[in-house]
Write a protein that binds this ligand. Structure first.
Ligand SMILES: Cc1ncc(COP(=O)(O)O)c(C=O)c1O
Length: 380
């Protein structure tokens, strides 16, 4: 089965290891187990004793009870039976499409976003229509356009909220309207919610799984809990047919997630607010640093993110984004992601939730690089 190359992952695979200042990452500064257990006040000896004595079986096939109970706390109305553990959110998105999409199905997906959300259904033969997120609309979906696109046979509407790469946050009212439109034709709404809760202000962001019976939320330990090395995510939905279909397909590709991963994740979830508060502080402080840098730079501009860990930053140099980012990496060791990975040009994605010093140093080097470009006069 053919599939488009995953541009952002190919870029990361090729160059990430040569970065000195990695400001391309989307996770909030990853935690070691020691740091995690300090934050969550977990007794390390007690934990290792429990884990060391435990036979390394497959564990609970659909996800351990403590893991699934912990995940339920992130939603208003879900029970452990509504959760299926997966190999990261990447595994969750893949599984939803694998279980639900058939050749010819009508699927609507936003763009720019994580490429899984349009390239996987396309690879399964679905007719994928793109709902473009535009800069002039603050990268929010245009509901009139969406209304035009929806058909009586629309199977699935795919959102990513908060959005990677733009940091846009769909307001709850707008999300409810999307759900209403989907409900009118019985379409599923798959919302990739891996950054949900990482908001710049204090508002609560609704999950599509709480708002709609056919809403499917995808989440992960990677971003909001800074534990991407666990490779643990989940599918959350009230719809038992979806859970059943995903479970049945999952038997062929996963069997179960790892019990060590689930045990560590359960500790993070037991005292989730400790990790969460650390991460909220990081994204808010770091965005303030990025925002004042943007204000000082005459050659760059952005729509300030309202949530998540990334921003899409436009520049006025006549240099395609792959070249811009490759030259920057070669000359300075600063690693960004080209906008072209999201089919956007003359821009790059920055991941600002890294260690604060890395962000500061990276921006300093980026300033020197940009100053060099403006001296050479390659303005658009
Ligand atoms: C929107 C989105 N979905 C899914 C993923 C994959 O996350 P995970 O590490 O949980 O597989 C990413 C990773 O960058 C992402 O940005």
């Amino acid at each position: 089965m053919k599939i488009q190359p995953f541009k952002v992952e190919e870029w990361m695979n090729a160059y990430e290891d040569s970065a000195i200042y990695n400001i391309a990452e989307t996770c909030v500064d990853p935690l070691s187990i020691r740091e995690l257990f300090e934050l969550t006040a977990t007794d390390i000896e007690d934990f290792t004793e429990r884990i060391f004595e435990r036979p390394l079986t497959y564990g609970a096939i659909t996800g351990s009870h403590s893991f699934k109970t912990g995940i339920c706390k992130l939603y208003r109305s879900l029970k452990p039976d509504n959760i299926l553990s997966t190999h990261g959110a990447a595994g969750a998105n893949h599984l939803v499409f694998y279980a639900l999409t058939e050749p010819g199905d009508h699927v609507i997906s936003v763009k720019p976003t994580y490429q899984q959300l349009y390239s996987i259904p396309e690879s399964f033969g679905a007719e994928v229509q793109i709902l473009k997120l535009r800069r002039e609309s603050n990268y929010l979906p245009d509901l009139a356009e969406l209304k035009e696109m929806i058909r009586p046979d629309t199977k699935l509407i795919c959102l990513n909220n908060p959005n990677n790469p733009t940091g846009a946050l769909i307001p709850n009212e707008m999300l409810r309207k999307v759900v209403e439109m989907a409900e009118n034709v019985g379409a599923y709404v798959l919302c990739d919610e891996v950054y949900r809760g990482l908001n710049q202000n204090h508002e609560y962001t609704e999950s599509v799984a709480d708002l709609y019976e056919r809403g499917i939320s995808v989440g992960s330990m990677s971003k909001i809990f800074s534990l991407s090395g666990l490779r643990l995510g989940w599918i959350a939905t009230h719809n038992q047919e979806v859970i059943k279909a995903c479970f049945s397909h999952r038997d062929y590709s996963l069997i179960s997630c790892g019990i060590l991963d689930e045990a560590v994740a359960s500790e993070a979830l037991k005292n989730g607010s400790a990790v969460f508060n650390r991460n909220l502080t990081r994204i808010r402080e770091n965005l303030a640093i990025l925002d004042s840098w943007i204000r000082e730079q005459p050659h760059v501009s952005y729509i300030k993110p309202r949530a998540g860990t990334t921003a899409l930053i436009h520049y006025d140099f006549d240099i395609p984004s792959y070249d811009f980012c490759k030259q920057l990496l070669d000359k300075t060791g600063v690693f960004l992601t080209p906008g072209a990975c999201f089919d956007e040009e003359y821009c790059f994605r920055i991941g600002y939730a890294c260690a604060t010093q890395t962000l500061k140093d990276g921006l300093q080097k980026l300033t020197e690089f940009i100053d060099g470009l403006s001296e050479n006069g390659v303005i658009q």
